[in-house]
Design a protein around this ligand. Sequence first.
Ligand code: SAH
Length: 399
Amino acid sequence: MTEQTRTSGTASEKPVGQCPLYKKCGGCQLQNLSYSQQLQWKQRLEERLLGKFAPVLPIIGMQDPYHYRNKVQAAFGVNRRKEIISGVYQSSTHRIVPVESCQLEDQTADAIIATIRRLCADFRIVPYDEDRRTGLLRHVLVKRGFHSDEVMVVLVTSGPILPAKNNFVAALRRQHPQITTVLQNINPYRTSLVLGEQEKVLYGPGTIEDTLCGCRFRISARSFYQINPVQTEILYSKAIEFAGLTGSESVIDAYCGVGTIGLIASAHAKSVVGVELNRDAVRDAITNCRLNRIQNARFYAADAGEWMLAMAEERQTADVVFMDPPRAGSDERFLHSLLTLAPERIVYISCNPETLARDLKILTGSAYAVRKIQPVDMFPHTHHVETVVLMSKVDVLKK
Ligand code: SAH
Protein backbone atom coordinates (compact mmCIF):
# COMPACT_ATOMS: atom_id res chain seq x y z
CA MET A 1 0.00 0.00 0.00
CA THR A 2 1.40 3.42 -0.84
CA GLU A 3 1.42 6.30 1.58
CA GLN A 4 -1.35 7.88 -0.45
CA THR A 5 -3.85 5.12 0.17
CA ARG A 6 -2.78 4.23 3.68
CA THR A 7 -5.59 3.92 6.18
CA SER A 8 -3.43 2.93 9.09
CA GLY A 9 -0.96 5.06 11.03
CA THR A 10 2.61 3.82 11.30
CA ALA A 11 3.48 6.62 13.70
CA SER A 12 1.86 4.97 16.69
CA GLU A 13 -0.54 2.12 17.22
CA LYS A 14 -1.02 3.16 20.84
CA PRO A 15 -3.61 5.71 21.96
CA VAL A 16 -2.01 9.13 21.86
CA GLY A 17 -4.00 10.52 24.74
CA GLN A 18 -1.05 11.26 27.01
CA CYS A 19 -1.55 15.01 26.63
CA PRO A 20 -2.21 16.30 30.16
CA LEU A 21 -4.59 18.92 28.72
CA TYR A 22 -6.75 16.43 26.78
CA LYS A 23 -9.93 17.11 28.76
CA LYS A 24 -9.51 20.79 29.59
CA CYS A 25 -8.46 21.91 26.11
CA GLY A 26 -10.95 19.83 24.14
CA GLY A 27 -9.12 20.42 20.85
CA CYS A 28 -8.17 16.76 20.25
CA GLN A 29 -11.43 14.87 20.52
CA LEU A 30 -9.95 11.56 19.27
CA GLN A 31 -6.81 11.43 21.40
CA ASN A 32 -8.10 8.36 23.23
CA LEU A 33 -7.65 6.37 19.98
CA SER A 34 -4.45 5.27 18.23
CA TYR A 35 -3.87 7.05 14.93
CA SER A 36 -4.91 4.01 12.89
CA GLN A 37 -8.13 3.75 14.96
CA GLN A 38 -8.78 7.45 14.33
CA LEU A 39 -8.49 6.86 10.58
CA GLN A 40 -10.88 3.92 10.81
CA TRP A 41 -13.33 6.06 12.79
CA LYS A 42 -13.25 8.76 10.08
CA GLN A 43 -13.55 6.17 7.31
CA ARG A 44 -16.65 4.70 8.94
CA LEU A 45 -18.15 8.15 9.44
CA GLU A 46 -17.67 8.94 5.75
CA GLU A 47 -19.11 5.59 4.69
CA ARG A 48 -22.17 6.12 6.88
CA LEU A 49 -22.84 9.63 5.57
CA LEU A 50 -21.66 9.35 1.96
CA GLY A 51 -21.55 5.64 1.08
CA LYS A 52 -25.03 5.82 -0.49
CA PHE A 53 -23.70 8.10 -3.25
CA ALA A 54 -20.63 6.04 -4.29
CA PRO A 55 -17.97 3.81 -2.70
CA VAL A 56 -15.71 5.80 -0.35
CA LEU A 57 -11.99 5.49 -1.20
CA PRO A 58 -9.62 4.71 1.72
CA ILE A 59 -8.84 7.85 3.74
CA ILE A 60 -5.40 9.38 3.17
CA GLY A 61 -3.72 9.69 6.56
CA MET A 62 -0.49 11.42 7.60
CA GLN A 63 2.86 9.68 7.85
CA ASP A 64 3.72 11.80 10.89
CA PRO A 65 0.47 13.11 12.39
CA TYR A 66 2.09 15.53 14.89
CA HIS A 67 3.01 19.23 14.94
CA TYR A 68 1.23 19.81 11.63
CA ARG A 69 -0.47 23.11 12.53
CA ASN A 70 1.52 25.90 10.90
CA LYS A 71 -0.75 28.59 12.37
CA VAL A 72 -0.74 28.81 16.15
CA GLN A 73 -2.50 31.29 18.36
CA ALA A 74 -2.26 31.71 22.12
CA ALA A 75 -4.32 33.82 24.51
CA PHE A 76 -2.31 35.70 27.16
CA GLY A 77 -3.30 36.21 30.79
CA VAL A 78 -2.05 35.89 34.38
CA ASN A 79 -2.63 33.09 36.87
CA ARG A 80 -3.47 33.43 40.59
CA ARG A 81 0.23 33.76 41.40
CA LYS A 82 0.34 36.72 39.00
CA GLU A 83 2.59 34.80 36.57
CA ILE A 84 2.12 35.37 32.86
CA ILE A 85 0.47 32.41 31.15
CA SER A 86 -0.51 31.68 27.56
CA GLY A 87 -2.61 28.99 26.01
CA VAL A 88 -6.11 28.10 24.88
CA TYR A 89 -9.48 28.92 26.36
CA GLN A 90 -11.00 26.02 28.30
CA SER A 91 -13.89 24.73 26.17
CA SER A 92 -16.89 27.07 26.33
CA THR A 93 -15.27 29.33 28.96
CA HIS A 94 -12.94 32.28 28.94
CA ARG A 95 -10.51 30.68 31.37
CA ILE A 96 -7.03 30.19 29.88
CA VAL A 97 -5.55 26.68 30.05
CA PRO A 98 -1.76 27.23 30.04
CA VAL A 99 -0.05 25.43 27.14
CA GLU A 100 3.71 24.91 27.14
CA SER A 101 3.76 22.69 24.06
CA CYS A 102 1.08 21.02 21.95
CA GLN A 103 1.29 17.84 19.89
CA LEU A 104 -0.52 19.46 16.98
CA GLU A 105 1.26 22.80 16.86
CA ASP A 106 4.41 23.79 15.03
CA GLN A 107 7.27 23.52 17.53
CA THR A 108 8.99 26.72 16.39
CA ALA A 109 5.74 28.59 17.01
CA ASP A 110 5.39 27.12 20.51
CA ALA A 111 8.99 28.10 21.33
CA ILE A 112 8.39 31.68 20.10
CA ILE A 113 5.27 31.98 22.26
CA ALA A 114 7.22 30.74 25.31
CA THR A 115 9.90 33.39 24.65
CA ILE A 116 7.26 36.11 24.39
CA ARG A 117 5.92 35.08 27.81
CA ARG A 118 9.37 35.58 29.32
CA LEU A 119 9.98 38.84 27.44
CA CYS A 120 6.65 40.24 28.64
CA ALA A 121 7.88 39.88 32.22
CA ASP A 122 11.24 41.54 31.34
CA PHE A 123 9.59 44.41 29.44
CA ARG A 124 6.72 44.77 31.94
CA ILE A 125 4.10 44.17 29.28
CA VAL A 126 0.92 43.25 31.13
CA PRO A 127 -1.50 40.73 29.56
CA TYR A 128 -5.00 41.96 28.90
CA ASP A 129 -7.68 41.25 31.50
CA GLU A 130 -11.03 40.72 29.81
CA ASP A 131 -13.17 41.39 32.87
CA ARG A 132 -11.41 44.52 34.08
CA ARG A 133 -10.47 45.64 30.57
CA THR A 134 -6.93 46.45 31.71
CA GLY A 135 -3.53 45.38 30.36
CA LEU A 136 -2.18 45.23 26.84
CA LEU A 137 -1.26 41.88 25.26
CA ARG A 138 -4.32 39.80 24.31
CA HIS A 139 -3.03 37.13 21.92
CA VAL A 140 0.01 36.05 19.96
CA LEU A 141 -0.42 34.54 16.51
CA VAL A 142 2.41 32.76 14.73
CA LYS A 143 2.33 31.56 11.11
CA ARG A 144 5.14 29.58 9.51
CA GLY A 145 5.65 28.87 5.83
CA PHE A 146 6.23 25.11 5.58
CA HIS A 147 8.47 25.20 2.49
CA SER A 148 9.82 28.75 2.81
CA ASP A 149 10.46 28.54 6.58
CA GLU A 150 9.44 32.22 6.85
CA VAL A 151 7.86 33.07 10.20
CA MET A 152 5.31 35.77 11.03
CA VAL A 153 4.58 36.88 14.59
CA VAL A 154 1.49 38.97 15.35
CA LEU A 155 1.17 40.66 18.76
CA VAL A 156 -2.50 41.41 19.36
CA THR A 157 -2.87 44.33 21.75
CA SER A 158 -5.83 46.13 23.28
CA GLY A 159 -4.44 49.57 22.41
CA PRO A 160 -2.07 51.17 19.89
CA ILE A 161 0.87 51.89 22.20
CA LEU A 162 3.37 49.08 22.70
CA PRO A 163 6.13 50.45 24.98
CA ALA A 164 9.74 49.80 23.90
CA LYS A 165 8.47 47.94 20.86
CA ASN A 166 11.74 48.16 18.93
CA ASN A 167 13.75 46.67 21.80
CA PHE A 168 11.08 44.03 22.34
CA VAL A 169 11.17 42.96 18.69
CA ALA A 170 14.99 43.00 18.64
CA ALA A 171 15.13 40.79 21.77
CA LEU A 172 12.61 38.39 20.22
CA ARG A 173 14.51 38.17 16.94
CA ARG A 174 17.80 37.60 18.77
CA GLN A 175 16.34 34.44 20.28
CA HIS A 176 14.48 33.38 17.09
CA PRO A 177 16.43 34.58 14.05
CA GLN A 178 14.04 32.67 11.77
CA ILE A 179 11.33 35.32 12.37
CA THR A 180 10.98 37.26 9.12
CA THR A 181 8.20 39.68 10.07
CA VAL A 182 6.50 41.02 13.21
CA LEU A 183 3.17 42.86 13.30
CA GLN A 184 1.04 44.52 15.93
CA ASN A 185 -2.68 44.03 15.53
CA ILE A 186 -4.90 46.32 17.58
CA ASN A 187 -8.10 44.79 18.92
CA PRO A 188 -9.80 47.12 21.44
CA TYR A 189 -13.18 45.37 21.27
CA ARG A 190 -15.01 43.13 23.73
CA THR A 191 -15.06 40.22 21.32
CA SER A 192 -14.09 36.58 21.00
CA LEU A 193 -12.47 37.33 17.64
CA VAL A 194 -8.69 37.23 17.97
CA LEU A 195 -7.77 39.89 15.41
CA GLY A 196 -8.93 43.49 15.14
CA GLU A 197 -8.96 45.54 11.95
CA GLN A 198 -5.97 47.80 12.53
CA GLU A 199 -2.46 46.55 11.87
CA LYS A 200 1.08 47.99 12.16
CA VAL A 201 4.16 46.34 10.75
CA LEU A 202 6.93 46.39 13.38
CA TYR A 203 9.56 44.48 11.40
CA GLY A 204 9.95 43.00 7.91
CA PRO A 205 7.49 43.04 5.02
CA GLY A 206 4.28 42.35 7.03
CA THR A 207 3.56 39.15 5.09
CA ILE A 208 5.19 35.76 4.58
CA GLU A 209 5.26 33.58 1.51
CA ASP A 210 4.94 29.85 1.04
CA THR A 211 4.60 27.43 -1.85
CA LEU A 212 1.81 24.90 -2.36
CA CYS A 213 1.82 22.45 -5.29
CA GLY A 214 4.53 24.55 -6.96
CA CYS A 215 2.70 27.93 -6.73
CA ARG A 216 3.81 30.80 -4.50
CA PHE A 217 1.30 32.31 -2.05
CA ARG A 218 1.54 35.48 -0.01
CA ILE A 219 0.07 35.06 3.46
CA SER A 220 -1.06 38.04 5.51
CA ALA A 221 -2.03 38.09 9.19
CA ARG A 222 -5.76 38.04 8.49
CA SER A 223 -6.05 35.93 5.34
CA PHE A 224 -7.33 32.36 5.41
CA TYR A 225 -4.78 29.70 4.59
CA GLN A 226 -5.09 25.96 5.21
CA ILE A 227 -3.30 25.01 8.44
CA ASN A 228 -1.88 21.59 7.47
CA PRO A 229 0.45 22.15 4.50
CA VAL A 230 1.44 18.49 3.97
CA GLN A 231 -2.15 17.28 3.67
CA THR A 232 -3.30 20.42 1.81
CA GLU A 233 -0.94 19.54 -1.06
CA ILE A 234 -2.45 16.05 -1.16
CA LEU A 235 -6.01 17.45 -0.98
CA TYR A 236 -5.50 19.99 -3.78
CA SER A 237 -3.65 17.46 -5.97
CA LYS A 238 -6.59 15.06 -5.61
CA ALA A 239 -9.07 17.83 -6.46
CA ILE A 240 -7.12 18.70 -9.61
CA GLU A 241 -6.65 15.05 -10.57
CA PHE A 242 -10.43 14.46 -10.19
CA ALA A 243 -11.19 17.48 -12.41
CA GLY A 244 -9.49 15.68 -15.33
CA LEU A 245 -8.12 18.90 -16.82
CA THR A 246 -6.54 18.69 -20.27
CA GLY A 247 -5.66 22.33 -20.88
CA SER A 248 -8.79 23.28 -22.80
CA GLU A 249 -11.33 23.74 -19.98
CA SER A 250 -12.87 26.86 -18.55
CA VAL A 251 -12.85 26.51 -14.80
CA ILE A 252 -14.64 28.22 -11.91
CA ASP A 253 -13.08 28.22 -8.44
CA ALA A 254 -16.07 29.00 -6.22
CA TYR A 255 -15.39 30.02 -2.60
CA CYS A 256 -11.78 30.53 -3.73
CA GLY A 257 -10.28 32.21 -0.63
CA VAL A 258 -6.83 33.53 -1.61
CA GLY A 259 -7.05 31.68 -4.94
CA THR A 260 -5.11 28.54 -4.05
CA ILE A 261 -7.07 25.88 -5.95
CA GLY A 262 -7.75 28.05 -9.01
CA LEU A 263 -4.16 29.20 -9.35
CA ILE A 264 -2.79 25.66 -9.02
CA ALA A 265 -5.38 24.46 -11.58
CA SER A 266 -4.62 27.30 -14.03
CA ALA A 267 -1.57 25.50 -15.47
CA HIS A 268 -3.86 22.68 -16.61
CA ALA A 269 -6.83 24.73 -17.87
CA LYS A 270 -7.68 27.28 -20.54
CA SER A 271 -9.04 29.83 -18.09
CA VAL A 272 -9.94 30.16 -14.42
CA VAL A 273 -12.42 32.46 -12.69
CA GLY A 274 -12.25 32.62 -8.89
CA VAL A 275 -15.21 33.96 -6.89
CA GLU A 276 -15.05 34.82 -3.22
CA LEU A 277 -17.14 36.95 -0.84
CA ASN A 278 -14.30 38.31 1.28
CA ARG A 279 -12.68 41.33 -0.40
CA ASP A 280 -9.36 40.99 1.44
CA ALA A 281 -9.06 37.39 0.27
CA VAL A 282 -9.80 38.44 -3.34
CA ARG A 283 -7.09 41.11 -3.11
CA ASP A 284 -4.67 38.41 -1.91
CA ALA A 285 -5.78 36.11 -4.76
CA ILE A 286 -5.00 38.83 -7.31
CA THR A 287 -1.58 39.41 -5.70
CA ASN A 288 -0.90 35.67 -5.75
CA CYS A 289 -1.89 35.53 -9.42
CA ARG A 290 0.69 38.23 -10.22
CA LEU A 291 3.33 36.64 -8.02
CA ASN A 292 3.11 33.49 -10.15
CA ARG A 293 2.87 35.42 -13.45
CA ILE A 294 -0.37 33.59 -14.24
CA GLN A 295 -2.17 35.13 -17.24
CA ASN A 296 -5.31 33.00 -17.53
CA ALA A 297 -6.95 33.54 -14.11
CA ARG A 298 -9.33 36.30 -12.90
CA PHE A 299 -10.74 36.87 -9.42
CA TYR A 300 -13.94 38.60 -8.36
CA ALA A 301 -15.50 39.59 -5.04
CA ALA A 302 -19.10 38.35 -5.14
CA ASP A 303 -21.51 35.77 -3.83
CA ALA A 304 -20.54 32.63 -5.75
CA GLY A 305 -24.16 31.60 -6.44
CA GLU A 306 -25.18 35.02 -7.73
CA TRP A 307 -22.08 35.15 -9.90
CA MET A 308 -22.80 31.82 -11.55
CA LEU A 309 -26.46 32.68 -12.15
CA ALA A 310 -25.35 35.88 -13.88
CA MET A 311 -22.96 33.81 -16.00
CA ALA A 312 -25.74 31.43 -16.99
CA GLU A 313 -28.04 34.34 -17.88
CA GLU A 314 -25.35 35.74 -20.17
CA ARG A 315 -25.13 32.26 -21.74
CA GLN A 316 -21.55 31.80 -20.58
CA THR A 317 -20.50 28.26 -19.77
CA ALA A 318 -17.96 26.46 -17.61
CA ASP A 319 -16.54 22.96 -18.01
CA VAL A 320 -15.45 22.39 -14.43
CA VAL A 321 -16.54 23.98 -11.15
CA PHE A 322 -14.43 23.55 -8.02
CA MET A 323 -16.41 24.39 -4.91
CA ASP A 324 -14.93 24.66 -1.41
CA PRO A 325 -17.59 26.17 0.87
CA PRO A 326 -17.26 26.80 4.63
CA ARG A 327 -18.43 24.24 7.22
CA ALA A 328 -22.08 25.21 6.81
CA GLY A 329 -21.88 23.92 3.25
CA SER A 330 -23.40 25.53 0.24
CA ASP A 331 -26.83 27.14 -0.02
CA GLU A 332 -29.82 26.52 -2.26
CA ARG A 333 -29.09 29.58 -4.33
CA PHE A 334 -25.62 28.29 -5.16
CA LEU A 335 -26.76 24.74 -5.88
CA HIS A 336 -29.56 26.04 -8.08
CA SER A 337 -27.12 28.25 -10.00
CA LEU A 338 -24.78 25.26 -10.40
CA LEU A 339 -27.60 23.20 -11.95
CA THR A 340 -28.43 26.12 -14.26
CA LEU A 341 -24.82 26.62 -15.35
CA ALA A 342 -24.51 22.83 -15.81
CA PRO A 343 -20.73 22.27 -15.97
CA GLU A 344 -19.49 18.85 -17.19
CA ARG A 345 -17.78 18.12 -13.89
CA ILE A 346 -18.05 19.39 -10.33
CA VAL A 347 -15.31 18.88 -7.75
CA TYR A 348 -16.67 19.51 -4.25
CA ILE A 349 -14.08 19.98 -1.50
CA SER A 350 -15.72 19.82 1.91
CA CYS A 351 -14.64 20.12 5.53
CA ASN A 352 -17.96 18.81 6.84
CA PRO A 353 -19.32 15.46 5.61
CA GLU A 354 -22.80 16.21 7.04
CA THR A 355 -23.43 19.34 4.99
CA LEU A 356 -21.68 17.63 2.06
CA ALA A 357 -24.22 14.76 2.19
CA ARG A 358 -27.09 17.28 2.30
CA ASP A 359 -25.75 19.16 -0.76
CA LEU A 360 -24.94 15.97 -2.73
CA LYS A 361 -28.53 14.84 -2.29
CA ILE A 362 -29.70 17.96 -4.13
CA LEU A 363 -27.09 17.75 -6.90
CA THR A 364 -27.60 14.04 -7.54
CA GLY A 365 -31.40 14.42 -7.55
CA SER A 366 -31.37 15.09 -11.27
CA ALA A 367 -28.43 15.98 -13.41
CA TYR A 368 -25.31 14.67 -11.64
CA ALA A 369 -23.88 11.41 -10.34
CA VAL A 370 -21.10 11.03 -7.77
CA ARG A 371 -18.09 9.28 -9.32
CA LYS A 372 -15.44 9.41 -6.59
CA ILE A 373 -15.27 10.17 -2.87
CA GLN A 374 -11.84 10.68 -1.32
CA PRO A 375 -11.48 11.49 2.40
CA VAL A 376 -8.24 13.20 3.49
CA ASP A 377 -7.18 13.52 7.13
CA MET A 378 -6.25 17.17 7.41
CA PHE A 379 -6.67 17.38 11.19
CA PRO A 380 -5.30 14.29 12.98
CA HIS A 381 -6.50 13.77 16.59
CA THR A 382 -9.58 15.96 16.02
CA HIS A 383 -12.95 14.76 14.76
CA HIS A 384 -12.68 16.85 11.58
CA VAL A 385 -12.29 15.25 8.16
CA GLU A 386 -11.95 16.73 4.70
CA THR A 387 -13.45 15.15 1.56
CA VAL A 388 -12.99 15.59 -2.18
CA VAL A 389 -15.93 14.47 -4.35
CA LEU A 390 -16.08 14.20 -8.13
CA MET A 391 -19.45 14.54 -9.82
CA SER A 392 -20.20 14.49 -13.51
CA LYS A 393 -23.32 14.80 -15.61
CA VAL A 394 -25.58 11.80 -15.87
CA ASP A 395 -25.75 10.57 -19.43
CA VAL A 396 -29.51 10.90 -20.01
CA LEU A 397 -29.55 8.33 -22.82
CA LYS A 398 -28.02 5.69 -20.58
CA LYS A 399 -30.27 6.54 -17.64
N1 SAH B 1 -10.72 27.45 -1.36
C1 SAH B 1 -10.02 28.19 -0.34
C2 SAH B 1 -10.91 28.77 0.76
C3 SAH B 1 -11.96 27.87 1.35
S1 SAH B 1 -12.71 28.50 2.82
C4 SAH B 1 -8.87 27.40 0.23
O1 SAH B 1 -8.77 26.19 0.08
O2 SAH B 1 -7.99 28.00 0.85
C5 SAH B 1 -14.31 29.01 2.25
C6 SAH B 1 -14.35 30.39 1.64
O3 SAH B 1 -15.67 30.67 1.19
C7 SAH B 1 -13.99 31.52 2.61
O4 SAH B 1 -12.90 32.23 2.08
C8 SAH B 1 -15.28 32.40 2.64
O5 SAH B 1 -14.99 33.78 2.72
C9 SAH B 1 -15.91 32.05 1.31
N2 SAH B 1 -17.38 32.27 1.19
C10 SAH B 1 -18.33 32.04 2.12
N3 SAH B 1 -19.56 32.25 1.61
C11 SAH B 1 -19.41 32.61 0.31
C12 SAH B 1 -20.30 32.95 -0.75
N4 SAH B 1 -21.61 32.94 -0.55
N5 SAH B 1 -19.78 33.25 -1.96
C13 SAH B 1 -18.44 33.24 -2.16
N6 SAH B 1 -17.54 32.93 -1.18
C14 SAH B 1 -18.00 32.62 0.04
